[in-house]
Design a protein around this ligand. Structure first.
Ligand SMILES: *Cc1c(COP(=O)(O)O)cnc(C)c1O
Length: 344
């Protein structure tokens, strides 16, 4: 099993360096991420590169850097990589990212494997894609890639994915192709409700499902791309309460972190556990809307959320902020990025 860390979850150099030390490769979605992975000591030949919109310069640079594999997302991209690789006299290693029409039962903004999603080559075009991948010049066809979504909390979608991949492998082999790379993507969910008591994602269930479900051709290796499940529980956002504001119908806790630091609630209706680190545990509870200072009503971390009675100056911890928080941060409202503090 080859694990590629999905850099976009958290590209912090110290984290990527830990990942490199653990012997993982990288899953990149831009040339910036490929360069960064290499800078953080992940070898180029352990970097895989996905994305629906790879530009010509990005493709050429990735070929020259010697990446392990392009996960190709359209027939158009196959043509372009073939053309560019031939033009510079190189062979590009490629896998076909197939959209397998599997519902990952997650928020619609983070499903990627349904017919309506922009990602991957539609499964109905598979035979044509295999023909092209094995005959166009400048390409070394390595295998099949799928990534069906993120924050997936049951193994059932992965079991379905395994049988879908088995069918595709058989079809590719019938067409005379050799499969050396099977990449099942990532998406393992984490517990945003009880991060302290359940900090480790269900890696065991995921790997067992793959072991039981995939029929591995001789010489083929399984790859996966894990982001959130590796880093989400490693970080909290610490934020100070600026005001407790008595609204007409609601009581607002206004904190100095905003959607510019953590956009998941605004973008995907995600919820994070929030603890008041300043209130003694004996403090009676009240219900609050916990909001940031950004000029958007969507800048809300929780509604009607129970906290020990909270006062100006208290420190709140927004949990499970190790993934898709800092990496999605923006300067919106010209707010400063948060400082990152490391603890062992
Ligand atoms: C984002 C992404 C991943 C990682 O998803 P997680 O839910 O963070 O595990 C894996 N593969 C691809 C292609 C991605 O875009």
């Amino acid at each position: 099993m080859h694990v590629h860390y999905a850099l976009k979850a958290n590209p912090d150099a110290r984290i990527v360096a830990e990942v490199a030390k653990a012997g993982f490769g990288a899953d990149c979605v831009s040339i910036g991420e490929v360069r960064h992975a290499i800078d953080c000591d992940i070898p180029a030949n352990r970097c895989v590169y996905s994305g629906v919109g790879k530009t010509d310069p990005e493709i050429i640079e990735a070929i020259n850097l010697g990446i392990e594999c392009f996960n190709v997302e359209s027939l158009e991209e196959l043509h372009i990589i073939s053309h560019l690789a031939s033009h510079i006299g190189k062979i590009a290693p490629i896998a076909l990212r197939i959209n397998p029409h599997i519902d990952a039962h997650t928020h619609h903004y983070i499903t990627t494997g349904l017919a309506e999603n922009k990602f991957g080559i539609d499964i109905t075009l598979f035979d044509q894609a295999i023909r092209m991948a094995t005959t166009l010049p400048g390409l070394h066809f390595r295998g099949i890639h799928c990534h069906i979504g993120s924050q997936i909390l049951t193994n059932e979608p992965y079991a379905l994915l395994c049988s879908r991949i088995n069918e595709l492998v058989a079809r590719a082999q019938q067409a005379g192709a050799t499969i050396e790379y099977i990449n099942v993507g990532g998406g393992i969910g984490v517990d945003y409700e009880q991060p302290a008591s359940n900090p480790i994602a269900d890696f065991q269930g995921f790997f067992d499902t793959l072991r039981q479900g995939l029929i591995l051709p001789t010489g083929a290796h399984i790859h996966c791309e894990l982001g959130r499940s590796i880093v989400a529980q490693c970080g909290s956002i610490l934020s100070r309460v600026i005001y407790v504001k008595e609204g007409l119908e609601r009581r607002f806790v206004i904190i100095d972190a905003g959607m510019n630091n953590l956009i998941r609630p605004a973008l995907y209706q995600a919820t994070h556990r929030i603890d008041n680190l300043s209130a003694p545990s004996s403090t009676p509870t009240a219900h609050y809307d916990i909001v940031g200072p950004v000029c958007e009503s969507a800048d809300t971390f929780a509604e009607n959320y129970p906290l020990p009675r909270t006062r100006r100056g208290d420190i709140l911890a927004i949990r499970s902020a190790g993934a898709y928080a800092a990496s999605m941060a923006s300067l919106y409202n010209l707010r400063c990025p948060a400082d990152v503090i490391y603890t062992e």
